[in-house]
Design a protein around this ligand. Sequence first.
Ligand code: GLN
Length: 485
Amino acid sequence: MSLMDDTAVTLGKRIKSGEVSVAEAAKESMARIEKMEPSVNAYVTTIEKEEVLKRAEEVQKGIAEGVYTSPLAGVPVSIKDNMCTKGVLTTCSSKILENFVPPYTAEAVVNLEKAGAVIIGKTNMDEFAMGSTTETSYYGETKNPWNIEHVPGGSSGGSCAAVAARECSYALGSDTGGSIRQPSAFCGVTGLKPTYGTVSRYGLIAYGSSLDQIGPVAKDVTDCAAILEIIASYDAKDSTSVKREDYNFTEALRDDVKGLNVGIPRDYFKEGLDSEVREKVLNVAEVLKEKGANVSEFDLSLVDYAIPAYYVIAAAEASSNLARFDGVKYGYRTSDYEGLHNMYKKTRSEGFGPEVKRRIMLGSFVLSSGYYDAYYLKALRTKALIKKAFDEAFEKYDVILAPAAPTTAPKLGESLSDPIKMYLGDIYTISANLAGLPGISIPCGIDSKGLPIGAQLIGNCFKEKMIIRAAYAFEQVYEHSLPED
Ligand code: GLN
C-alpha cells in the first residue's frame, strides 16, 4: 500500500496528525514517478528531488507553526504544463516553448502554494491543449495506466494519467472543451470544470480565452471539492474573474439528493453513443432515483450545432492568442533565416505541430473579412442559443446527467488520422464550455475491454454545489478502484 493510494484529503489528514511527514509523502510520489514514467509518460518536467525536499521541509515547518492550515497542506500535486510556474519550465507540450521558463506563477498555482502544496511536476498535454488524446504533445504521447495501448484522453491526459497511476495525489487540469472531464473519464478519475470565471486564468497560457477554465483532477468528489475551495478566488489580474458569494464547496458533500431534479437530455443518448457507456451512465440516474431524486428526460435542442460552433470560436481565439509566439518574445527561434518575415515564418513552421497549425489556419480564416459574418458571427449566435437552451433546462432541473464521452479510451494512433472524428468525440463536453457551466466527470463503470466509463453531471452557472452533491451521492454506492501497476 502506497501513500499515493490515499485520497488527497486522507493524506492531508495523516500529514496534519503527524502520522506521515510531508517529506515521506513527497518521496513516495517521486518513487511512483520513477516506477511508472517509463510506461505512462505523464510528465514533461519533474522537479529536482532536492528542490522538492526543500519545499517539503518548509511546508512541514509551516504546518507546525500554523502557517499552513489547509486540509491539503503537504500533499504532492502535479500541474498541467500550460500553467506558468516561476522558474520551472512551462512548455504547453510544444516545441515553440521548449525553453520557456516563466518569470511568474499562475494564480491558481499561487493559491495552492499558499495552502502548502508541494509541486512534484508539470504534466503532459496535447500541444497548447488542442486535442482529445494527449498524442499531439511534442514530448511524446501519454499512455493510459489502465492499458498502455490506449490513450489517456486529452488534453489534460498527463494530469489524469498521473493521478490514475498514483504518481501524485491530485493534479490541476484545464478545460476548454472537455479537457478535464473527458480524460478523467478515460482514466477512471474524477475531474471538475468550474463555472467560467471561478478560477483565475492569470498565468494559464491561453487557448480559447472565453472557454478556458482551470479545475481539479483527483481520486474522488471530496478531493475535487477541497481542491476547488483552494484554487477558486477572485483575481483582479483576470478581467473575467468573478467574485463569488460562496466558496464553501465542501459543504455540498452530503449524501442527500432527495427532491433533486435530474434531467436526462434525450439527444445525448441517441446513436453514436457506445451501448456500454449508455447503460452505465443511465445506471447513475437509477441510483440517484433510488436515493430520492426526481429523474426525467427532456429535449436539449441544438446539440448538433455545438461542435461546429465550438471549433469556430475556439480556433478563432486560438489564432489570435497564438500570434504572440513568433520567435521574438518567447521560446524557440529558428536557427537560420533571412530577414524578419522569414524568421517569423520559419519559427512558426518549425515550432508548432500539425494540429496547432490546423487550428491557426481555421481561426484566421473564420476571422478574415468576408468570412467573419458567415462563420464567426454565426458561431457566436449559436453559442447564445445554446446558453438559452441550458437556461430553459435549468428552470426545471438542478442537474443534467450526460456521458462524458461517446466511447471509452481509443487505442493510441486511432484518432490522429481522422481529426473530424476526434472533434466529434467532444460532443457531450463542449456545450458546458460554450455556456460557461460547471461540469464534473465521475467514474461509473468499466467496459468489457476493462476500461473505465465516466458520467458527467452539468449544473447551472455557480451551482457547483449541486453537481458535487449528486456526484458524491452516487460515489457512496459505486465501488471504484484505480488500475493495478
Ligand atoms: N478536444 C477539444 C479541443 O481540441 C477540447 C480541448 C480542451 O478542452 N482543451 O479543442
